[in-house]
Design a binder for this molecule. Sequence first.
Ligand code: AMP
Length: 397
Amino acid sequence: MAKKTVRDIEVNGKTVLVRVDFNVPMEGDRITDDNRIRQAVPTIETLIEKNGKVVLFSHLGRVKEEADKKGKSLAPVSEALSEKLGKKVTFIGETRGEKLEEAIKNMKNGDVLMVENTRFEDVEGKKESKNDPELGKYWASLGDVFVNDAFGTAHREHASNVGIATNTDVVAAGLLLEKEIKFIGGAVENPERPFIAILGGAKVSDKIGVIKNLLTKADMVLIGGGMSYTFMKTQGLEIGTSLVENDKLDLAESLLEQAKGKLVLPSDFKVTKEFDKDADFRIAGKEDIQKDEMGLDIGPKTLEDYQEILENAKTVVWNGPVGVFEFDNFAKGTLGILEKLSNLEETTTILGGGDSAAAAISLGYEHKITHISTGGGASLEYLEGKSLPGIDCVDEL
Ligand code: AMP
């Protein structure tokens, strides 16, 4: 069902509480990846144009005790946002109280204000993260309308998303949340076919739910990365010292059975004797990995086969690098998949958040992929077919 979005709501002169996901990586006061800030701008600009008073809420990192607050203030983020919007963002270093309430009361139409890190409320008994009913009610009392644009937190039921929504009459999705629903939700529910999934990353155990769900939805699931070797071991193949989860062998075997040929494993690998960026390597077929070797990337034949399968795809979802892409020598597979996806002009290409998304952005492929998700955990849970509380709490149209 379609959700109400910022385009559908009347905000003229109203105080609009907006949950964004500004949980950005930082080194000191420096933001090292501002993707999430850039992606929130269209929603904020829309609300400004519609004459709303925009009050932003976000978390930043984890805060368990007073000492954790150090370096977790949203002040630097509000400065970065101000630059991107080309207008003042008033930052209030509080999560409640008179100073915040007064500042909100004094806002004019089109003004933007940012509240301090919502997780500062976790110091007093995890009020934010446990969706304390009083906190959600209090924050809701500061505004008239609620907009959720924080996809990265949509798999969590927190006071600053579900709590505010429960206590607000009008709840709409921001444009980023709408985009995530359209692409990830759309791929899982109603993909244009052929629908091909590529799953990589370190472990099978992190992606069991995703593999299970996508096996029922996708036409083919291409496997790469560290998780390949657990599947191979169940087939009696030698995997040397490659990454393996011995407690997941039965599960991997049953997934392979359930897949009935839909699950495709690599046929060759780049193998090495040491986990090192400068280690010597060679290409080994799947029956040719030696006891003292580990696979750190898919091989050229596998890349070629995967690229050929992708050529005809209409929808592609990718989560997790197919090799140790942090080492140049073992990044070829991941780069080759990226290159292929970026050349598929008629195909909807979607990257789940996390490492493959970060790699795509840092390697300059951002604008060649249809949608790069801003959620790591959230995109995985969405791909598992779970319903997300941060989406469920938004009004239907
Ligand atoms: P994930 O967070 O599960 O998507 O995993 C990403 C990590 O998996 C990256 O840091 C990769 O270096 C790692 N990875 C990918 N392929 C392999 C492999 N063959 N052996 C060990 N680690 C791998």
